[in-house]
Design a protein around this ligand. Structure first.
Ligand SMILES: [Zn+2]
Length: 335
């Protein structure tokens, strides 16, 4: 701890030391943004098993969610408007200011806006606080969120129906119950999850995945992307998942549990990009999004595909959300 003791440092040395370290932090923050922006542009988080840059920053670099979000947004803005790198490195702009400024910048106004924003702002009216979930203790969290009038009225009405002031009518308890019901609704809608499964409809379409199969695959893989990096890290994505055929339907692969695996939207196309190249896949994406194309009509703007790669990864016990109904099996035109 000797290196952190300052009691023996004189006043005239402490002040320049403090100022110098602040300047160093600013310069390093500018360099960090530059690294982050280039890392993001190359999408290097994907081959090491992360579905997004945010997940990589939190899961691999150890940033908090707030810090990761702030740095990523600032890095992307600075990549588009490089003068932000200098503004941050010189201490003229802090990252929260970059975050507020970024959506309003254009090529024309960026120099002027950055100059004005670099001046300490005058006090202004409070704005809505961003949603925040803060761990308080094991299995306990604080939720901070801004409600609109409808959400506020729904909450109060639900409390009134339960009998405001009675056990279980507290805001946290009402939210828990509401979220539980909503989760069941989404599971039923997107994953065909049910405690009373019926008989699946027969279909001659080999791309159609029966509800029973979707349930089995989802439960087997704990509703989590099955991509693993070369180092063995399994992607932790549990949202925006799609069913991927290990053996493509065009090559005879069936919609069976052994031939299906959940993949997130970041990793679902990754194998195809490795095989066909990023440029080729980008062309496919554009074609799929073109109004009037078969893929566009069938799947909205989502790019879905089939790929051939290793089988499903061992699943880790985990409770998670249901997958999207989007499925590579629904693609009308496999690659
Ligand atoms: Zn993934």
């Amino acid at each position: 701890m000797i290196g952190y003791l300052r009691s023996g440092v004189s006043d005239h040395l402490l002040e320049p030391s403090l100022a110098g370290r602040c300047a160093t932090v600013c310069r390093e923050t500018g360099q960090l943004l530059a690294d982050l922006a280039e890392f993001d542009a190359r999408r290097l988080q994907m081959p090491v098993g992360y579905p997004s840059l945010f997940a990589y920053c939190v899961g691999h670099l150890g940033m908090t969610e707030d810090v990761a979000g702030q740095r990523i947004q600032a890095a992307r803005a600075a990549r588009e408007f490089p003068l932000l790198f200098d503004a941050v490195a010189q201490g003229a702009l802090h990252l929260s200011a970059v975050r507020l400024l970024a959506p309003h910048l254009t090529r024309e106004n960026a120099p002027e806006f950055v100059k004005v924003a670099s001046v300490p702002p005058a006090p202004c009216a409070p704005v809505a606080a961003p949603a925040r979930v803060t761990p308080l203790a094991p299995q306990r969290y604080a939720l901070q969120v801004t409600l609109d009038q409808d959400a506020h009225d729904f909450l109060r009405h639900a409390q009134d129906l339960m009998g405001r002031g009675t056990p279980g009518s507290e805001v946290g308890a009402v939210l828990k119950r509401a979220l539980e019901l909503y989760m069941r609704h989404l599971e039923q809608k997107r994953f065909a999850a049910t405690d009373h499964p019926g008989r699946s409809r027969r279909s001659n379409d080999p791309r159609r995945i029966p509800a029973e199969v979707r349930r089995r695959v989802w439960q087997r893989d704990q509703g989590r992307c099955t991509f693993r990096s070369d180092a063995g890290h399994r992607c932790e994505a549990t949202s925006h998942l799609e069913f991927d055929h290990v053996e493509p339907v065009a090559r005879g692969g069936g919609s069976t549990p052994s031939n299906l695996r959940p993949r997130c939207r970041a990793h679902n196309p990754l194998d195809a990009e490795r095989v066909h190249g990023v440029a080729f896949m980008n062309g496919k994406r554009q074609a799929a999004r073109a109004p009037g194309s078969a893929a566009y009509v069938a799947s909205g703007s989502a790019l879905v595909r089939e790929s051939r790669s290793e089988g499903p990864s061992p699943a880790r016990a985990r409770t998670s959300r249901p997958p999207s109904a989007t499925s590579s099996a629904s693609l009308p035109r496999p690659l």
